[in-house]
Design a protein around this ligand. Structure first.
Ligand SMILES: Nc1ncnc2c1ncn2[C@@H]1O[C@H](COP(=O)(O)OP(=O)(O)OP(=O)(O)O)[C@@H](O)[C@H]1O
Length: 538
């Protein structure tokens, strides 16, 4: 007798699904210039089974690259990505193909991510064809030595039940078969033959064709994501952005992955549609026990949908922790700055955003110390300059950024020729830059008048003027490296010198990368309050 019964979904444990260790992704690593784009520059974190981890940060900080590297659309330059404890960065060939089913991605723009020449059904079905889905995984109970043949492969009896589609229980020539209920097949679709010779052989065959099973699965998926079964034969351009994103989600779920990267899945959609897609994603997560990495720039959406959040800057994770705690009491100066930029919904509350000056440095040339050091509103300042006010520091920091950028910019052939010929180059405007950065500090009665370089320098405190004279001298000679070194030597701090460690910043396991968490320095919050008063990031 052969009996087929449906099994319960196995209980999911609250454990780590993805573990990322020292992950780097550099582009053009072998280029002639020798300076790769350090898109992801050494990140460590876990993603727990069944959770949604948010990934936020300014454009270009490496969010998409990190997401793509996790699902192996990009090869890692260095580091590990462990899925269920197995490093997948070195997988290739059939092993990689097999693993890929487990990790999928939903792209930002449903306009460009769906092939307009394929029907909706073909689009969702394509991964099933590529992976020859379904391959039934069979575990045989009750027989110590059994082989499995037919449309199925044998599962390791010691593995967790999560990976098993069919359980065959053998006693003499009887077999009970359990089919996982998310497959669009029932007892009547399977033929199970048990041959108990010297070793037990279990032959499992699908009765409908694979094509029929795939079509049925695609239709079920379409319905599950809020489309209709009849939409199978329509084309993407016949649908709205929201519906197209539903198709993208159905395609990502077709192979029943455990882990899905959602790369700005609602950013391209109308606000009215965004909530519906987010609700759908949450429902699907509950139903299928999915684990999400949710990449987004809308912090309100992230707070709503994510369990934990990682804040990224220049290829580094600056802070990571429970979403509510991180939004309520940010620890890292970069998180403070990001949150401070969100408009205050209550107009009666007066607060000023922390304005982040300048743009992030190029990922080809990240700062030596803390990645955020060139823009940090809470940057540590050397004690001997305690007497300087915030405006003077802002001017010093501006000059630092300008010199850094200039040092990085490739000099054109024409500029080099002009230098050789002793003609004027772009560095001839060095004095203008100093006047621009420091001229507004002068509070004398005639300060509104155009200031000369000499007048601006004279008005500066002696211990600022001294280093600035050296800096401008270096710049006039086109020695940007020396100018930068002099600036850092005079005004730099721990933030410029060394990359900070991660510190535990709350009881819930939140970590943040900032020298200010070292008890030797004042903490971030009080420093920002002192420098910015009633700023909006708290
Ligand atoms: N294929 C590539 N080749 C070279 N550089 C790349 C490539 N892809 C991305 N980059 C660079 O890597 C850095 C990180 O880009 P990435 O797209 O991951 O950032 P992001 O945070 O997702 O930005 P956005 O929010 O704008 O999508 C950027 O400087 C980008 O220009």
């Amino acid at each position: 007798m052969t009996q087929v019964v449906e099994s319960d979904e196995s209980a999911r444990e609250e454990d780590v699904l993805v573990e990322v260790n020292g992950l780097k992704k550099y582009y053009d690593a072998g280029s002639l210039t020798g300076t790769p784009v350090k898109a992801v520059d050494g990140v460590d974190f876990d993603i727990r089974r069944g959770e949604t981890l948010g990934l936020v940060g300014e454009s270009g900080c490496g969010k998409t690259t990190l997401g793509r590297t996790l699902v192996h659309l990009e090869a890692a330059t260095e580091g590990e990505v462990l899925f269920d404890g197995r490093d997948v960065t070195s997988l290739s060939g059939s092993e990689l193909k097999r693993w890929r089913r487990n990790a999928q991605i939903v792209f930002q723009d449903p306009e460009s991510s769906l092939n307009d020449r394929m029907t909706v059904g073909e689009i969702v079905r394509e991964p099933l064809d590529v992976h020859d889905w379904p391959t039934l995984t069979v575990r045989v109970a009750g027989a110590s030595d059994a082989t499995v043949t037919g449309d199925a492969e044998a599962a390791d009896p010691t593995e967790s039940g999560r990976d098993v589609d069919v359980t065959v229980t053998v006693s003499d020539d009887d077999a009970d078969v359990a089919v996982r209920d998310s497959l669009p097949i029932g007892p009547e679709d399977l033929a199970v033959d048990v041959d108990s010779g010297s070793t037990t052989t279990v032959d499992v065959e699908l009765i409908p064709s694979k094509s029929q099973v795939r079509r049925a699965h695609v239709r079920e998926l379409l319905e599950r994501v809020g489309m209709q079964r009849e939409h199978y034969f329509r084309y993407p351009h016949q649908f709205s952005g929201g519906q197209r994103q539903r198709v993208g989600i159905a395609r990502a779920l077709a192979l029943e992955p455990e882990f899905v990267v959602l790369d700005e899945p609602v950013s391209a959609l109308d606000v009215s549609v965004q909530a519906k897609i987010l609700n759908l994603l949450e429902d699907l997560q509950d139903e299928f026990g999915l684990t999400y990495l949710f990449i987004a720039h809308d912090l309100a959406v992230v707070r709503h949908i994510c369990d934990r959040v990682a804040v990224m800057y220049l290829g580094n994770v600056m802070e990571l922790g429970a979403a509510d705690a991180l939004f309520d009491e940010p620890a890292n100066p970069y998180t403070h700055s990001l949150l401070s930029a969100i408009p205050e919904p209550d107009p009666t509350i007066e607060s000023d955003p922390i304005t982040l000056r300048g743009t992030p440095p190029s990922p080809r040339d990240p700062p030596t110390g803390c990645p955020f050091s060139t823009r940090c509103p809470a940057k540590i300042r050397p004690d001997e300059f305690d007497h300087l006010d915030d405006e003077t520091w802002a001017a010093i920091d501006d000059l630092h950024r300008i010199v850094r950028e200039r040092g990085r910019a490739e000099r054109s052939l024409r500029e080099r020729a002009r230098e050789v010929l002793g003609m004027e180059t772009r560095f001839s405007d060095v004095e203008d830059i100093v006047v621009e950065a420091f001229g507004r500090l002068d509070r004398t009665p005639d300060a509104t008048a155009e200031r000369s370089f000499e007048a601006v320098m004279d008005a500066l405190p002696r211990d600022v003027r001294g280093p600035l004279v050296d800096v401008t001298d270096h710049l006039r000679e086109n020695r940007e490296e020396d100018a930068l070194e002099r600036l850092l030597d005079a005004f730099g701090s721990e933030c410029d010198a060394t990359s900070p460690a991660y510190y535990d910043v709350d009881e819930g396991g939140r970590v943040s990368m900032c020298h200010r968490h070292d008890p030797a320095y004042d903490e971030v919050g009080p420093v920002l309050e002192e420098r910015y008063g009633d700023y909006a990031g708290r």
